[in-house]
Ligand binder design. Structure first.
Ligand SMILES: [Zn+2]
Length: 94
């Protein structure tokens, strides 16, 4: 698993990607990507880097999930109840 996580770290140091992009690049399920990202967040923090991600926004009303700290995409917008939420873009900042 160390190697796979290192691959994801290398990808995210080069460019911002969604969990879906990552899952296709390293050939694991999107669900597993989120599991790895949770570990990667801790790993890179120990290296003085930061896993950052763009806040999710609702495509229907524009609501921004600014305070959200969880990595996974919210299922539903609290304002308009739509479930068209954009995918967060992850990247690793030095
Ligand atoms: Zn909304």
């Amino acid at each position: 698993m160390g190697t796979l996580r290192q691959q994801i770290i290398d990808l995210l140091r080069q460019e911002a990607m969604t969990a879906l992009d990552i899952s296709q690049a390293v050939r694991v399920s999107e669900k597993d990507v989120y599991r790895h990202l949770a570990h990667i967040e801790k790993t890179v923090a120990g290296q003085g880097r930061k896993l950052s991600f763009t806040p999710c926004t609702c495509l229907a009303c524009g609501f921004t999930f600014a305070d959200r700290r969880r990595l996974t995409r919210p299922g539903r917008c609290p304002r308009c109840r739509e479930s068209r939420i954009n995918h967060p873009l992850f990247r690793i900042e030095e």
